[in-house]
Design a protein around this ligand. Structure first.
Ligand code: OTU
Length: 632
């Protein structure tokens, strides 16, 4: 640790050098001063004793200074704008959309042509699934990168990405791109260097680690290590055998990944989705997730980005328990902030749970127990994404409402696999565990909500109402709501992946259908499924825009309605109050006026849902799956 102190003094000397590299740029000088210790301290703590650190550090400073110096005027302006608007991702106007480039529009150039569609929907944030050069299939949908400096050739070039980023900026939309930082494709040049990997000559270490390591893909990729003939060693592979984990104890790995991030910033990417963030640091005897060093790494990445390109934000992809999740939004050591956004996986799981059971006690009590989000950060709320739904219901959550977590998780897996009496859902079991009968769930929003199984028009209408209800809560919750490609049209499960050998064993592909532009063309027909969903989502987006209480910095609190089938969500910001009620059953449900605690119900309360409000003397009655927006 003596070295650490010496190193701290040494790196301070490099400060002057870095300032010279970005000579004459006052804004850079200010940012460099402001974030210097936030960059230095975590890195010195992680690598101060490592002989490789001195050269890595210098390379890092040069990369930061170069990125800042090369930033074109439009991006510098954006840097300034976002420095004075730190809540730019959390405003009530923000609405996200996530899609695969190829499935949506073939190529990046194709996406540029489809921007009017996204504009019409009201999208302000576009997340494109992995688009950097990946190994040939199988590549886990692009999550096995061979070159962080190039776009996947089938999708286009870096120039196409830059042109798309320019168009999006012009249209007032931010661009989010995936950054896979835990692992690289086995074919990546970095994977030729054993110092970039976690390897072991024999089974001793792997066996020791695997005693406490959970399997992410137990069914298709059991174990966390893969034998490499090339290295004659076991290589750490948390996910698939062709995704090789990087060794972040090596400072050169940190700098290589920082350079990849800075490269994307230079092209005009606004948000980086940090894939599989919890897994970056391994520790024997643990599940090798959420280790304290992960937070130091993220704080250092963030500080580097704040100096080079402060317009760029980070989104944490950490599907972990709430107490482990909130630190990714920045409550760590060194006063460093980390990510600006994180997926609210718990809300997503609770929405589907409430829909299956028709009961809201678990959602109400679990959300009440959620730790608050640190100031300045926000949730990403969503109903579906490209991954499976893992039924993350803990024994504590279930016990609070007198349920058994294991039985409830099994019920949800059965219900959404379409194998429970009375279910409306058509989905698939993902990575089923034959020992426990548990499984995660695959399926599109439309299929899971009953559109696929609906035998007649009344059932179709109920399914549409379910889709809209879940989105209504996600949109009202606060944070940045994300619409998953095709859900705005009710696209159903796509079985074609089963005919593709490289995808057949991964049923997450069932909910990654190609965009159906013929279906999209029906979106203005008010009688079509597409027209009803489209109009419903547009009403939600308009309601969000018009409601200041939705601003993420305000209060977000579940509200007990006295009816276990009707969820209540209370929002409050700057004196404006909003209570959203949602009926999670296919039958009418009443909420007494007393339970509304002063919120008056008027005709306008039903406008967002699009159905009239049924008022009785002392109660309001919600139609099947109806949501009401009460202002107070
Ligand atoms: C992520 O998911 C991606 O979203 C997946 O599509 C990838 O397959 C995977 O990384 C590998 O790149 O476990 O079941 O806590 O939940 O990183 C999906 C984070 C996953 C993990 C998450 C991972």
């Amino acid at each position: 640790m003596q070295n650490v102190h010496a190193m701290r003094a040494r790196v301070r000397a490099d400060y002057e050098a870095a300032l010279r590299w970005a000579e004459g740029d006052d804004a850079f000088a200010v940012r460099f001063e402001r974030f210097f210790t936030e960059l230095r301290d975590p890195l010195v703590a992680l690598y101060g004793d490592d002989a490789r650190f001195a050269s890595a550090w210098e390379r890092l400073l040069r990369a930061i200074a170069a990125t800042a110096a090369e930033r074109p005027r439009a991006l510098r302006m954006l840097d300034h704008e976002r420095e004075v608007t730190p809540d730019w991702l959390q405003r009530e106007q923000a609405v996200g959309y996530v899609t695969y480039v190829d499935k949506f529009a073939g190529t990046l150039a194709g996406v540029r042509k489809r921007l009017p569609y996204l504009r019409e929907l009201g999208v302000t944030y576009l997340h494109l699934m992995p688009l950097l050069a990946a190994r040939p299939a199988p590549n886990d949908g692009g999550y096995a990168v061979v070159d962080y400096g190039a776009v996947e050739p089938a999708l286009g070039t870096m120039d196409d990405l830059r042109a798309l980023a320019d168009d999006l900026r012009e249209a007032g939309m931010a661009l989010c791109v995936d950054l896979v930082l835990n692992h690289v494709a086995a074919e990546h040049p970095w994977a030729r260097d054993p110092a970039f990997l976690r390897t072991s000559p024999d089974r001793e270490q792997p066996d020791a680690f695997e005693r406490t390591l959970p399997d992410v893909f137990p069914d298709t990729a059991p174990g966390s290590f893969t034998w490499s003939d090339e290295h004659q060693r076991w290589v750490w592979t948390t996910f698939n055998s062709y995704q090789w984990d990087l060794d972040y104890t090596n400072p050169d790995v940190f700098v290589a990944m920082a350079e990849a991030m800075l490269g994307l910033a230079a092209v005009g990417v606004d948000v980086l989705r940090l894939d599989a963030a919890p897994f970056l640091w391994k520790r024997l005897g643990t599940n090798c997730q959420n280790q304290p060093e992960v937070h130091e790494l993220l704080q250092a990445f963030r500080a580097a980005m704040r100096i080079a390109a402060p317009a760029v934000a980070f989104k944490a992809e950490a599907i972990v328990a709430p107490q482990d999740l909130v630190p990714y939004l920045g409550t760590g050591k060194h006063e460093g902030k980390e990510c600006d956004l994180a997926y609210h996986n718990v809300l997503m799981v609770l929405l589907w749970s409430a829909l299956a059971s028709g009961r809201v006690e678990l959602m109400t009590s679990t959300l009440l127990a959620m730790p608050p989000v640190p100031p300045g950060a926000g949730w990403l709320t969503y109903v579906r994404c490209h991954d499976d739904i893992g039924w993350a219901i803990t024994p504590d959550d279930a016990a609070r409402v007198g349920e058994d977590a294991y039985l409830h998780r099994r019920f949800l897996a059965d219900w959404y696999a379409g194998e429970f009496p009375g279910t409306f859902a058509r989905g698939g079991r993902f990575q089923p565990d034959p020992r426990t009968g548990e499984a995660r769930t695959s399926g599109t929003c439309g299929s899971l909500a009953g559109l696929e199984s609906a035998p007649d028009e009344p059932a179709v209408e109920l399914a549409i109402r379910r889709v809209l209800l879940l989105h209504a809560i996600a949109f009202a919750h606060g944070g940045l709501p994300l619409i998953y490609m095709g859900d705005e049209l009710g696209l159903l499960n796509d079985a074609s992946y089963r005919d593709e050998p490289d995808k057949a064993d991964d049923n997450r592909w069932m909910h990654r259908p190609a965009m159906d532009w013929d279906a999209a063309a029906r979106r203005h027909d008010p009688d079509s499924v597409q027209g009803r969903l489209w109009a419903g989502l547009r009403r939600l987006i308009a309601a969000r825009r018009a409601t200041r209480a939705i601003h993420v910095q305000g209060v977000v609190e579940p509200h007990w309605t006295g009816n276990e089938h009707v969820f209540g969500l209370l929002r409050e910001q700057a004196g404006e109050r909003l209570l959203v009620l949602g009926n999670f059953t296919p039958t009418p449900q009443a909420v007494t006026s007393e339970a509304l605690r002063g919120f008056a119900v008027d005709a306008a309360a039903g406008e967002v849902d699009g159905r009239p409000v049924e008022l009785h003397e002392a109660a309001v009655v919600l139609a099947p799956y109806q949501h009401l927006w009460l202002h107070g």
